[in-house]
Design a protein around this ligand. Structure first.
Ligand SMILES: Cc1cc2nc3c(=O)[nH]c(=O)nc-3n(C[C@H](O)[C@H](O)[C@H](O)COP(=O)(O)OP(=O)(O)OC[C@H]3O[C@@H](n4cnc5c(N)ncnc54)[C@H](O)[C@@H]3O)c2cc1C
Length: 494
C-alpha cells in the first residue's frame, strides 16, 4: 500500500488558483477547484456586448516565461497550448497637449522614437532607464519574485549583510518612482508615461518606490497578443490542470473553512455540502478572510487591507464602436495635462479624477492582424478610480464622458454602437472585501513592493494565492503566487 493521496481544495479558479491546481495535481495530489463563477479565469473575464465578447479584465500579457516554466514543468509546451504573437509595438501614447510616441520592445527603436519626440538627451536617458529597470528586475527575480515572501530578516539573509548597501542602491526603495524618473528624463510627458507603470500594480507613481521600474522591464521584455484573447490563457491553464487530473466545480461558492484543533480540514459550500482536505488554497482577495467571508476559523488567517492601502479600482467600458481620426494601436494610452491631480483625487479626495488618463485596447487590431477593421470594432477602455465601491457610488457615466472628451481632443472620434460600463461598485461586488481594489494592496512606501502577505497563513493547512499576495498583482505574478502556495503546501505535508 502506498501513501494515501494528498487531498487539496483550491477555492477560486483565477490565475493563482489555476496555477496552484496545476502544480498540486502534477505532484500527485487529488485536486478539486471550487469556483463560484461559471468559468475559469477570475478577473480574466469576457464581457458580452452586442453580438460579441471582449476581454474585460487584463489585456496586457507579459512575462511569458512564467507560463512557459509552468507548462514545461508539467512536460507541456505553452506555445502549443495557444497561439501567441510577440508585439513589436508595445503601446502608442498621445497627449491632450500634443505629441504622439510609440514605444517598442527593442530599446534602440524606442530610443530613436524618443529622440524624434523630445531630443537626444531623453533618448540617452531612456537607454539608461531601460538598463536600470532590467537590472532591478534581474536582481529581484530569483530571490524575491520566484521565492516565498521574505521577512525583513530573511531579506538580509537572502541578500547578504555586506551586499545590502549595493542591493538598496540598485533597487532604490528609498526614492519614489516619480522622483527617480527625473534622473532619466527632461520632458514631463516622458515622466508621466513611465510613471504610469506604478498603476500596473494599482499604485500611485508619487508614493511607490522606484523599485517598481521593474514593471517597465517586464513589459519591454515582451508583450504578447493571444489569439482568442486572455480568455484563451484561462482556458489553457484550466486545460492543463484537467489533463493532470484536477477536477472543477463551477457555480458553487465556499462559505466557510472548516477547522479542527487549529488546522484547516475542509470547506463548507453555499449549498451546505462539506468537502474534506489536507490543504486548502484560497484564491480570493486576502481581505476576504479577515472580513469573515470564509467563516470564523479563517478570520485570523489573513489581514484585512486598510482602506488607505487599497490599490486602484477602475471605471471600464467595453464598446463596439467605429473609430475614426486616430491611428489606434492594439494598446493606446491617452494622457491629460495634470498627472499629480489624478492621484490626489483618487487617493486623497477619494473621488473620480476630473482629467483621467485613458487606456484603450483595440482588441481587433495588432497581433497577426495589423490592419484597422473595416467597420465597428471591439474597444476596451479603462480609467483609474478610487477603491471605495463599497461605500461610495461613483458616476461611471461621467468618467466615461471624460474619457471620450480626452480621446476626442487627441483626434479620436468613436461612433459607439454598444457599450457596457463597469464601476468600482460593480468591482466591489465581484471581488468581495476589496471595495473594488483590483490589485490587492498598494505598493506605496519604502517596503511597499514586499509588503504583501505570503502563501502561508496563521491557520495551518490554509494557504493563499493570487494578486493580493506575494509577489503581487498581474496575471503572471498571480500564477507565480499559485506556484508558491502549492510548493508551500506540499513542503508542509511532506
Ligand atoms: C480591469 C482589469 C485590468 C487588468 N489589467 C491587467 C493587465 O493588463 N495585465 C495583467 O497582467 N494584469 C491585469 N490585471 C490584474 C490581473 O487581472 C489580476 O492580478 C489577476 O488576474 C488576479 O488573479 P488572481 O489569481 O488573484 O485571481 P482572481 O482573478 O481574483 O480570481 C479569484 C477567483 O476566486 C473566486 N472566488 C473568490 N472567493 C470564492 C469563494 N468563496 N468560493 C468560490 N470561489 C471564490 C472568484 O470568483 C474568482 O474567480 C487587471 C485586472 C482588472 C480587473
Amino acid at each position: 500500500m502506498g501513501q494515501p493521496k494528498m487531498r487539496a481544495i483550491v477555492v477560486g479558479a483565477g490565475a493563482g488558483g489555476l496555477a496552484a491546481a496545476i502544480d498540486l495535481a502534477r505532484a500527485g495530489a487529488d485536486v478539486t477547484v471550487i469556483e463560484k463563477g461559471d468559468a475559469a479565469g477570475g478577473k480574466m473575464r469576457r464581457q458580452p456586448v452586442g453580438n460579441v465578447a471582449l476581454d474585460a479584465g487584463p489585456t496586457v500579457f507579459t512575462m511569458r516565461w512564467i507560463f512557459d516554466e509552468l507548462f514545461a514543468d508539467a512536460g507541456k509546451d505553452f506555445g502549443e497550448a495557444l497561439s501567441l504573437n510577440r508585439a513589436r509595438l508595445l503601446a502608442r501614447h498621445a497627449w491632450r497637449s500634443g505629441g504622439r510616441l510609440d514605444l517598442f520592445s527593442d530599446v534602440e527603436e524606442s530610443a530613436a522614437a524618443i529622440e524624434a519626440f523630445s531630443g537626444p538627451d531623453d533618448a540617452q536617458g531612456y537607454r539608461r532607464f531601460a538598463a536600470r529597470s532590467a537590472s532591478i528586475f534581474e536582481t529581484l527575480r530569483d530571490p524575491f519574485i520566484k521565492d516565498q515572501r521574505p521577512s525583513e530578516l530573511e531579506v538580509v539573509r537572502r541578500v547578504g549583510l555586506f551586499d545590502m548597501p549595493a542591493f538598496l542602491a540598485n533597487i532604490r526603495p528609498m526614492t519614489t518612482l516619480w522622483a527617480e524618473l527625473h534622473r532619466f528624463f527632461r520632458d514631463p510627458r516622458l515622466i508621466q508615461l513611465f510613471g504610469r507603470y506604478a498603476t500596473y500594480v494599482g499604485s500611485s507613481p508619487f508614493q511607490t518606490p522606484a523599485t517598481i521600474m521593474l514593471v517597465a522591464h517586464a513589459e519591454r521584455d515582451g508583450v504578447w497578443s493571444v489569439d482568442g484573447g486572455m480568455g484563451a490563457v484561462a482556458k489553457a491553464l484550466q486545460g492543463l490542470a484537467s489533463d493532470l487530473g484536477a477536477s472543477f466545480s463551477f457555480g458553487r461558492g465556499v462559505k466557510q473553512i472548516i477547522a479542527d484543533q487549529g488546522r484547516a480540514t475542509g470547506v463548507e459550500l453555499d449549498d451546505g455540502d462539506k468537502v474534506e482536505a489536507d490543504a486548502i488554497i484560497f484564491n480570493g482577495d486576502v481581505s476576504a478572510l479577515a472580513a469573515g467571508l470564509l467563516g470564523e476559523n479563517a478570520k485570523r488567517a489573513g489581514k484585512q487591507t486598510p482602506r488607505a492601502k487599497r490599490s486602484l479600482s477602475a471605471v471600464t467600458a467595453c464598446l463596439v464602436a467605429r473609430a475614426r481620426g486616430f491611428p489606434l494601436a492594439h494598446h493606446t494610452v491617452f494622457f491629460d495635462e495634470d498627472y499629480p491631480a489624478e492621484f490626489r483625487r483618487i487617493f486623497d479626495a477619494r473621488a473620480l479624477p476630473e482629467k483621467p488618463t485613458v487606456y484603450l485596447c483595440a482588441q481587433d487590431r495588432g497581433g497577426a492582424n495589423d490592419a484597422p477593421p473595416d467597420g465597428a470594432e471591439r474597444i476596451f477602455l479603462l480609467t483609474n478610480a478610487p477603491p471605495d465601491g463599497d461605500i461610495s457610488d461613483f458616476d461611471a457615466d461621467a468618467a466615461y464622458a471624460r474619457a471620450l472628451d480626452l480621446m476626442s481632443a487627441c483626434g479620436l472620434s468613436l461612433e459607439v454602437e454598444d457599450a457596457a460600463l463597469t464601476s468600482p461598485t460593480d468591482f466591489a461586488e465581484r471581488y468581495p472585501a476589496t471595495g473594488g481594489a483590483l490589485y490587492g494592496q498598494t505598493s506605496h512606501g519604502m517596503m511597499g513592493t514586499l509588503a504583501r502577505a505570503g502563501a502561508a497563513t496563521k491557520l495551518q493547512g490554509l494557504y493563499m494565492a493570487g494578486g493580493s499576495v506575494h509577489p503581487g498583482p498581474g496575471v503572471p505574478m498571480a500564477v507565480m503566487s499559485g506556484r508558491l502556495a502549492a510548493r508551500r503546501a506540499l513542503a508542509d505535508l511532506a
